[in-house]
Design a protein around this ligand. Structure first.
Ligand code: PBG
Length: 332
């Protein structure tokens, strides 16, 4: 009896997976060090590098140590860093005046880094949470987050950062109208070339937990941020926010968190074609680190796979605490 021969598959997709050479030839997306923005936490003091317990491998650094980290970033080929201040309760006030103090440690870090590592782009964080006694991104009046008064404060904060030498202003506060107000103020002050990377689609996410430890906001925060950050159930609203922020003068937009919101990244990129970034946030970092430390996953491979996912979803770049580790592997 002759064995029955199955018909040949018309298309053998395995052919283009047969060797590293062929896989390289047909590879659609690439991840390079050019895609990375490294978020860093700056604190007061001198000669200090302290670990953030819920983010293994992440430090809070005093200004002098920030300059060393910036030098390391530039040497690795990382194009940009993003600076977040850590503040103790004693540095927080109800009027949030520290936020626009030209001498706050974030602004001092910008000046010091620009003097020593001028080739590195510096992005900032614009929001009141790190200077606010109650941990909110806006002023709280009788239990409500007030929008327009907050925007005035955010403008002062952004101007102080631009004066200090910031290249990219990063409003992460989710107030309405802040992009237009900041853009107008930058133009008036002669900072036409300072860019705005808007946290346009920022969700009210539980993945920010470790970050709030890192900046000292966990113990300060009263209530939640659901009246200004987005409902995780919504996606059309993200497009409305991106459209609005681009119209108001944002140069680049962000989706945040990252991996759980890849569908949003894709829709934003396809709809607007603007430079689109994802923020792989603290909780995403902590999950990968924790599993890797337990030996449950291969940390390096999961890191690179997660970063490639952003490129596949249409992002032009990624804010990630893995930036130096990824850069080392990518530079091979
Ligand atoms: C606050 C801000 C947050 C993050 C960046 N800017 C936290 C929040 O909105 O409460 C989160 C970043 C991270 O989790 O890594 N303005």
């Amino acid at each position: 009896m002759k064995p029955t021969v199955a018909p040949f598959p018309a298309a053998r997709l395995r052919r283009t997976r047969q060797s590293p050479a062929i896989r390289g030839l047909v590879r659609q997306n690439t991840l390079t060090v050019d895609d990375l923005i490294w978020p860093l936490f700056v604190r007061s003091g001198d000669g200090i590098e302290e670990h953030v317990p819920s983010m293994p491998g992440v430090m809070r650094r005093s200004v002098d140590k920030m300059v060393e980290a910036a030098r390391e970033a530039a040497d690795l080929g990382i194009p940009a860093i993003c600076i977040f201040p850590y503040t103790g309760m004693e540095e927080r006030t109800e009027d949030c005046a520290g936020a626009w103090d030209p001498q706050n440690h974030a602004n001092r870090a910008i000046r010091a880094i620009k003097a020593e590592v001028p080739e590195l782009a510096i992005m900032t964080d614009v929001a009141l949470d790190t200077y606010n006694i109650n941990g909110h991104d806006g002023f709280v009046v009788e239990g409500e987050i007030v929008n327009d008064a907050t925007v005035e404060a955010l403008v002062m904060m952004a101007l102080a950062q631009a004066e200090a030498g910031a290249d990219i202003i990063g409003p992460s506060d989710m107030m309405d109208g802040r992009i237009g107000a900041i853009r107008a103020a930058l133009e008036q002050a002669g900072h036409q070339d300072v860019m705005i990377l808007s946290y346009a689609a920022k969700y009210a996410s539980a993945f920010y937990g470790p970050f709030r430890d890192a900046v000292g906001a966990s113990s300060a925060l009263t209530g939640d941020k659901k009246t200004y950050q987005m409902d995780p159930a919504n996606s059309d609203e993200a497009l409305r926010l991106v459209e609005r922020d681009l119209r108001e003068g944002a140069d680049m937009v962000m989706v945040k968190p990252g991996l759980p919101y890849l569908d949003i990244c894709r829709r934003v990129k396809d709809t607007f074609g603007a430079p689109t970034f994802a923020y792989q946030v603290s909780g995403e970092y902590a999950m990968i680190k924790a599993a890797a430390q337990n030996g449950w996953i291969d940390g390096d491979r999961v890191m690179l796979e997660s970063l490639m996912a952003f490129k596949r979803a249409g992002c032009d770049g990624i804010l990630t605490y893995f930036a130096p580790a990824a850069a080392r592997l990518l530079n091979g």
